[in-house]
Design a protein around this ligand. Structure first.
Ligand SMILES: [Zn+2]
Length: 127
């Protein structure tokens, strides 16, 4: 719970101690705010499995604000998912730069002799 520092701990009877206790209260208040923010971000952060899925989806469509924030927070902490994201975007760019090579059939690299040897072995194994 966050508490307003103005309402708590301001002691007019102890005049010299007022500023140090006020500073202490302010520090506690700010610490509580930071903890609450970090806890909230951690709740938004997806698992690694979900983070990889979101990164792939993020290439095709704009993610929801909540998903973007959670994913950003996850990527701050997780180098494996950052690496996955780099690889996915590299593959995406490579596929877009060479679309003709992606649709070409794989060239036949076996020589005629190798084909014949395989054919003979297959026939021999059937008999
Ligand atoms: Zn991860």
């Amino acid at each position: 719970m966050l508490r307003c520092p103005i309402q708590h701990g301001f002691d007019s009877a102890t005049g010299s101690n007022v500023y140090s206790s006020l500073a202490e209260i302010m520090m506690n208040w700010l610490t509580n705010i930071a903890r609450t923010l970090i806890r909230g971000l951690a709740d938004l952060s997806p698992s690694c499995k979900a983070a990889t899925r979101l990164q792939s989806e993020g290439l095709d469509r704009k993610l929801l604000f909540r998903q973007r924030v959670g994913l950003r927070f996850h990527l701050l902490l997780c180098k494996w998912c950052r690496r996955y994201g780099k690889q996915v975007s590299f593959l995406r760019h490579a596929a877009h730069e060479h679309p003709d090579e992606m649709t070409e059939p794989v060239p036949e690299k076996l020589s005629d002799e190798a084909r014949e040897r395989i054919r003979q072995k297959l026939h021999a194994s059937k008999e």
